[in-house]
Design a protein around this ligand. Structure first.
Ligand code: ADP
Ligand code: MG
Length: 327
């Protein structure tokens, strides 16, 4: 189907890799997993109106549909290698408009794929409501993958980068394009929504050091709760320690900034646990990698996540994150 569109995608995402024996063009790709490596695979779907606003730039969709998947590989400590792309495109609009969309989409995808040497090896193209599914494949040495299970009592809880920026950016867009009125800071928050930087290098650096790890996609509280459940522990977070960007703190009051950081989605930062004795060393290494890491709390006995406010009192349990099937 739509061979011209597929050709455009293939040309724009071309990436030579010896382990791709047969790429786009046949009924299936043929791939060689390097000797002695495990394959880490993940898939994520983005639906217009659910995961992104109608009218989002195609290049941003290309970047982000890959970024959210690379973030899953990062969280496992895997090195990215290959991807599949299933595109469902609306019929409305001309063939020329579709070609433009595909070109821009593929360029955004390639902009992120290239520095990671990731090869797009196949996919599927159909018509219907705008839906983008990307599956990624990466390598990890046997037994070395970072998992959600493994956090231990007394471990410290850390996150890379800053939290809440993307949710704040979405908030600005939803209020009717007001990001323009907020200059460089508004633009920064919207950029964090549209162009998340998957923390691949950080994930690799955390192998053999983090006791548990996941990426924050649904909001810190919701995702840390998953890590706690998998590990059979609880966590205590200090809201005063949450890393927040200068842009977020400049445009929003303290309570909103805290809410975005705790419950907003789309951060694509890594949340992980390390033995207290290794926290400083890990922090220094991730600072060197550019994203930085901040200690935000600790692992405790019990279950669930509690948050201590700036005044030292426990916060009321709050909205934990996004649930697609909630009433
Ligand atoms: P088939 O009917 O055998 O599935 P398709 O026409 O769907 O073949 O696909 C032809 C080739 O193009 C296959 O190699 C497939 O992997 C690739 N392909 C199709 N759609 C995409 C896409 N959106 N991105 C990348 N490769 C694609
Ligand atoms: Mg097909």
């Amino acid at each position: 189907m739509e061979f011209r569109l597929i050709d455009r995608i293939r040309e724009r995402t071309a990436q030579g890799r010896d382990d791709v024996r047969l790429g786009i063009g046949d009924d299936a790709a043929l791939l060689a997993v390097p000797e002695g490596q495990e394959l880490a695979v993940a898939i994520d779907t983005m639906v217009e109106g659910v995961h992104f606003l109608r009218g989002t730039a195609p290049a941003d969709l290309g970047w982000k549909s890959l970024a959210v998947n690379l973030s899953d590989l990062a969280a496992m400590g895997a090195t990215p290698a290959w991807a599949l792309l299933a595109l469902t495109l609306p019929r409305d609009g001309s063939a020329a408009e579709r070609s433009h969309f595909i070109d821009d989409f593929a360029d955004g995808f390639a902009q992120l794929a290239q520095p990671h040497r990731l090869a797009l090896v196949g996919g599927d193209t159909t018509s219907g409501p705008l839906v983008i599914s990307v599956a990624v494949h990466g390598f990890v040495p046997p037994g070395k993958a970072l998992r959600r299970a493994g956090a231990k009592l007394g471990d410290v809880v850390m996150v890379t980068g800053t939290l809440g920026d993307a949710a704040a950016g979405l908030h600005l867009l939803q209020r009717g394009g007001q990001e323009d009125r907020h200059g460089a800071q508004g633009a920064y928050l919207v950029e964090r929504l549209h162009r998340p930087a998957p923390r691949i290098a950080a994930g690799l650096a955390l192998r053999d050091r983090a006791s548990a790890c996941l990426d924050v996609s649904d909001g810190l509280l919701a995702d840390l709760n998953h890590l706690c459940e998998a590990s059979g522990v609880g966590a205590e977070i200090e809201s005063a320690l949450l890393p927040r960007s200068p842009a977020l703190l400049a445009l929003f009051d303290e309570a909103s900034a805290r809410d975005f950081a705790l419950s907003g989605g789309d951060d694509y930062e890594l949340c992980f646990t390390v033995p207290a004795s290794r926290a400083a060393e890990v922090q220094a290494d991730l600072a060197r990698l550019g994203c930085g890491a901040t200690r935000i709390g600790r692992i405790v006995e019990g279950e669930g996540v509690r948050v201590r406010g700036e005044d030292g009192r426990w916060l009321e349990p709050m909205r934990q994150g996004w649930d697609h099937f909630a009433a």
